[in-house]
Design a protein around this ligand. Structure first.
Ligand SMILES: NC(=O)c1ccc[n+]([C@@H]2O[C@H](COP(=O)([O-])OP(=O)(O)OC[C@H]3O[C@@H](n4cnc5c(N)ncnc54)[C@H](OP(=O)(O)O)[C@@H]3O)[C@@H](O)[C@H]2O)c1
Length: 230
């Protein structure tokens, strides 16, 4: 397949790109810093600001599917990347007759998501980190999800739990709306998205994906994610 990956320079985007190329797909990798991506057979890098009107037009033409791993660092500042980026993608896809779009959102978007057995997270961390610090991002993800629901595309919203870096794909779990678990390895998120691109099991719907075989230390995770260089 010819896949367009938005946010290809981020850690999830890189995992998506690596796995897609390894599976024999052709990848058009889009990000503002696309020049930072090493050249590889099957990879076309396109530098573009996804929020600029028309910026995704050329990249999307002729694609079989678009996979978005666009993201912003959590902060209380207003966020429009998710909705503006996906609005541009939807317009470009409708113009070029490309139907399939998968977009990373978050398990927090499912109001029923409360991972089992995670008392400290559910009662202390989540109400502060996800519902206060990252609130602007989640509000814009909600606008993105609404835009997709209003589109004519075959979309899937993919909602991971807390992301962490891990060396290899595990026996991850998926579920409609969100999955019961606190963490998602980025390699598992990427693998679940590529599998969904082929299987179309959650068309015009949201799916969750969680990692259950391993989990990061909570303090290390917070440190890695907060101090991570972009
Ligand atoms: N961290 C968590 O625990 C968590 C939990 C649930 C969901 N998520 C979501 O998961 C997704 C992936 O997160 P991640 O941490 O792996 O990646 P990330 O660091 O958020 O990567 C963001 C990507 O978006 C690109 N980007 C940002 N603004 C752009 C713009 N205007 N135009 C084009 N590209 C732009 C960046 O590339 P350039 O800077 O090169 O443009 C980068 O490739 C995000 O949507 C995030 O919100 C995260």
């Amino acid at each position: 397949m010819h896949l367009v990956i938005l946010g290809a320079t981020g850690p999830t985007g890189r995992a998506l790109t690596d796995q897609a190329l390894a599976a024999g797909h052709h990848v058009t990798a889009v990000a503002r810093r696309a020049a930072a991506l090493p050249a590889r057979p099957g990879l076309t890098a396109v530098a573009a600001d996804a929020t600029r009107e028309g910026a995704l037009d050329a990249a999307v033409a002729g694609a079989d599917a678009v996979l978005s791993a666009l993201g912003v660092q959590p902060s209380r500042a207003p966020v429009s990347l998710y909705s503006a980026g996906i609005a541009n993608a939807v317009t470009a896809m409708e113009r070029h007759g490309v139907k399939r779009l998968l977009a990373v959102s978050s398990a927090v978007l499912d109001p029923a998501w409360r991972p089992s057995g995670e008392f400290f997270f559910n009662n202390v961390l989540d109400p502060y980190v996800n519902r206060v610090v990252a609130r602007a991002a989640h509000e814009d993800m909600r606008r993105m999800e609404a835009l997709l629901a209003d589109s004519t595309l075959d979309w899937t919203v993919v909602r991971p739990s807390g992301l962490f870096d891990h060396s290899g794909v595990t026996a991850y779990r998926t579920a409609p709306e969100s999955a019961d678990g606190l963490y998602t390895a980025r390699v598992d998120l990427a693998a679940a998205m590529l599998r969904e691109t082929e299987e179309n099991a959650h068309l015009r719907a949201a799916m969750g994906v969680v990692t259950v075989d391993t989990r990061p230390g909570l303090l290390k995770l917070l440190r890695d994610e907060v101090l991570r260089k972009r």
